[in-house]
Design a protein around this ligand. Sequence first.
Ligand code: NAI
Length: 241
Amino acid sequence: MSEKLALVTGASRGIGKACALELAKAGYDIIINYVGNAEAAEKTVQEIKALGVDAAAYKFDVSNKEEVDKSIAEIVEKYGRIDVLVNNAGITRDGLFMRMSDENWNAVINTNLSSAFFVSQPVVKIMMKQRSGAIVNMASVVGVSGNAGQANYSAAKAGLIGLTKTLAKELGSRGIRVNAVAPGFINTDMTKDLDTSKFTDFIPLKRLGEPEDIAKAVKFLAVDAEYVTGQVLEVDGGLII
Ligand code: NAI
């Protein structure tokens, strides 16, 4: 066991998995959270362990406060500390605002925004006792710029940015830093059904991002950026300059 532990939500695949691997490379023991695919979660755990740190997977729905509380209590009981939290889990339910169902609004707000409230509260409790910790929230460029067809998602991501800045102000004196990463278009399951070829024209770096591009920024904010808090780092190839 190393001395430091990182918890990454929604980490059995995509950006969350890349973040978990990057933090493992930095020497952190890793807890990955997943909600559906136990097989993928176990595979990720094995990949992390192969890097020489400890890893475990906890199944819970980040939008369900009871499940979150129970799992975080178990993690704290077993490991005694949480040094880094990456609030990464998220979903999209796209559609034009005037046609958006209550169900799609609530699902996206609960999974992408309320989840960060549910997960961060018990984690901050242990970080306050440690008098140290770092939280990175996975926002999105659309939380900064808005996006037609994503009223629910951009509202949730903008909310995450407000939460990030507020927690940075509330928790800085306790040695806890809180930042956000705002990815642009990243090659994952979330974007696999989009015709992304047309987007590259608008991206100064002329390519989509890879999960590892985001993971490096998350690791920078979580581990290296010791005098940085309350910031939103856009990792988008220049998309919304
Ligand atoms: P993904 O769909 O591959 O990963 C999302 C992960 O969250 C999955 O593992 C999923 O099982 C998990 N998840 C969903 N609902 C959950 C719940 N209720 N409880 C626990 N886990 C849950 O997509 P991707 O791209 O890796 O997304 C990761 C984060 O990055 C999300 O917050 C997404 O909004 C954000 N993002 C992604 C962008 C992209 O272009 N792919 C752009 C901007 C932000």
